[in-house]
Design a protein around this ligand. Structure first.
Ligand code: SF4
Length: 526
């Protein structure tokens, strides 16, 4: 047996990278390796059945592969339906210690930084209770460590994504030519706002993976353990192994990337996937590395197989936004989750759980979330998120909904996106302004409004689009808090043009919308 005390290496469900044992300095014959499926992770917020199934299936495949790849390694794997499963990480660590310690002479818990403050705190407390040291390793899958981000953020008045992103481009030499951005511009957003017209290219089909025996077993466990969980497993086709994830990456690069940029903000009825990468679940689980995705896109650009506006837009999402959001998560600390700058106090409407609404944009966006556990970024920001912002829903409730209802939901990404970007509840840490809008934005970017009984041009009256009513109501209610924001300074002139009667009618209509949603009543016109 090697010198030194033994350690327990814990692999969490979103750390399924084939290199993890190297990152945790695994020494055979000395260290134990554990993976726990625990109910707490599927119930601390209501979790979509597909989200839970994805984590569990990927974990089971990963544990098998790890044992195949490492001779004599036996992963201490606790399945969700194991008879004595305690249901929590803390409970499983205690059970492990009771069964193996002190015979195993473990004195250290080694783990990569989890994706959630809550999990980190619970592991620290559990290790402490056992008298173990915790050896927390930084997660090499990210380009930027929390310390890197803090070094960048400290001393800045505002954390502006654009500046962070440019630094990242320079630091890693990505899309840079002799110190300047490739093509001359840092971004090509102006080319990336096309709606889908009739002459748009044909939307490529989704690459869907048939559930294998392991995944089907997981389905049974999920259905029997969490029968009342939201969502459906019927359309589950997410990659659950590294091989499948690499295939999904190739499929995106080949079939979706060329049009990804142009149509990244477009929405269309019955089309949940469009040209989006659909890679966030595999990236967040660790089945592929962000560098593989970025390098793949860069190679396509170099081969003239994808245009710069698409490649830059994709690189910005991975190297810029994803890293920025995670930096904010750790930089802002655990109490970031409780920020509520706009003092929003409306309960999350039941339509978020049922999808049962006459608003076509919401019906489409919520329907596909319940069906697939997926919605692309513009639906998250400018439909489901916009509605919650303007309605004034409690930020924590919205953040928990995003965390649990999307297959790629992990706290480090859903929390800052929701609290910061979507709801402006952090008062401007993530976004420089609240993304408020009338229904006209949705009409411009989608075909939803043509199939909706409401009218985006109307803000009052029975046929008024709820988004349009709530937009003006939001501005009137939040004027004191937002008037100093230079980025939306122009809107107050428009608010001032509303006479008193109109302002009153908007407020009454907004109150009626809230009351109906609160009572679970339909928002039918008339
Ligand atoms: Fe949504 Fe309003 Fe358009 Fe209806 S009219 S689809 S509610 S934006």
């Amino acid at each position: 047996m090697p010198d030194g005390s033994a350690r327990l290496l814990l692999i969490l469900g979103d750390q399924l990278d084939r290199r993890i044992l190297d990152w945790l300095d695994y020494v055979p014959d000395r260290d134990r390796v554990a993976m726990f499926e625990v109910a707490e992770e599927a119930t601390h917020v209501p979790s979509h059945k597909a989200r839970t199934a994805l984590f569990l299936s990927a974990m089971r495949h990963f544990a098998r592969r790890l044992e195949d790849d490492h001779e004599a390694l036996e992963v201490h794997y606790v399945a969700l339906d194991d008879a004595d499963n305690s249901g929590s990480f803390a409970g499983e660590l205690q059970r492990f210690a009771a069964a193996h310690h002190p015979a195993a002479e473990i004195d250290t818990l080694v783990v990569l930084r989890p994706g959630e403050h809550r999990v980190l705190a619970s592991l620290e407390a559990a290790a402490n209770a056992l008298g173990w040291r915790i050896d927390l390793r930084e997660d090499p899958r990210f380009y930027t460590t929390p310390d890197d981000f803090t070094a960048w953020a400290d001393g800045r008045k505002e954390l502006v994504l654009e500046y962070f992103y440019r630094e990242q481009r320079k630091r890693f030499g990505i899309l840079m030519d002799d110190g300047s951005p490739t093509g001359g511009d840092w971004n090509y957003d102006a080319q990336n706002r096309e709606a889908l017209r009739d002459d748009a290219p044909k939307i490529p089909p989704r690459l869907s993976f048939e559930p294998d025996e392991v995944t089907r077993e997981v389905f049974e466990v999920v259905e029997s353990t969490f029968p009342d969980a939201p969502g459906s497993l019927d359309s589950f086709g997410w990659p659950v192994t590294r091989e499948q994830a690499l295939e999904a990456l190739d499929h995106f690069l080949e079939h979706r990337l060329p049009n990804f940029g142009t149509y990244q903000d477009a929405m269309r009825r019955g089309e949940p996937w469009l040209w989006h990468s659909l890679l966030s679940p595999a990236l967040n689980l660790g089945l592929i590395d962000p560098r593989e995705a970025v390098d793949g896109a860069l190679a396509r650009y170099e081969d003239d197989a994808a245009p710069l506006n698409a490649v830059e837009g994709f690189v910005r999402q991975i190297l810029g936004w994803r890293e920025f959001i995670r930096g904010v998560y750790w930089h802002q600390g655990a109490d970031y989750a409780d920020r509520n700058h706009l003092e929003a106090d409306t309960e999350l409407p039941s339509i978020y759980w049922t999808g049962d609404t006459e608003m076509e944009c919401m019906r489409q966006s919520l329907g596909q979330v319940h069906e697939h556990g997926y919605g692309h970024h513009i639906q998250r920001l400018m439909v489901t998120g916009l509605f919650a912002l303007q309605l004034g829903v409690v930020p924590r409730q919205v953040a928990d909904w995003y965390l649990g209802l999307y297959v790629d939901g992990v706290d480090w990404v859903t929390l800052p996106n929701t609290v910061g970007m979507v709801l402006y509840a952090d008062g401007g840490v993530v976004g420089t302004k609240p993304y408020a809008a009338t229904g006209k934005y949705i009409r411009r970017m989608s075909d939803y409004c043509g199939a909706c009984p409401f009218d985006p041009d109307q803000r009052t009256g029975d046929e008024a689009c709820p988004f349009s009513t709530l937009y003006w109501d939001f501005l009137m209610r939040q004027r004191d808090r937002l008037e100093g924001n230079r980025r939306i300074g122009f809107v107050w002139r428009n608010v001032d043009r509303l006479d008193e009667t109109e302002q009153h009618a908007i407020g009454s209509r907004a109150d009626a919308i809230r009351a109906r949603l609160d009572a679970g009543e339909p928002l039918t016109p008339g």
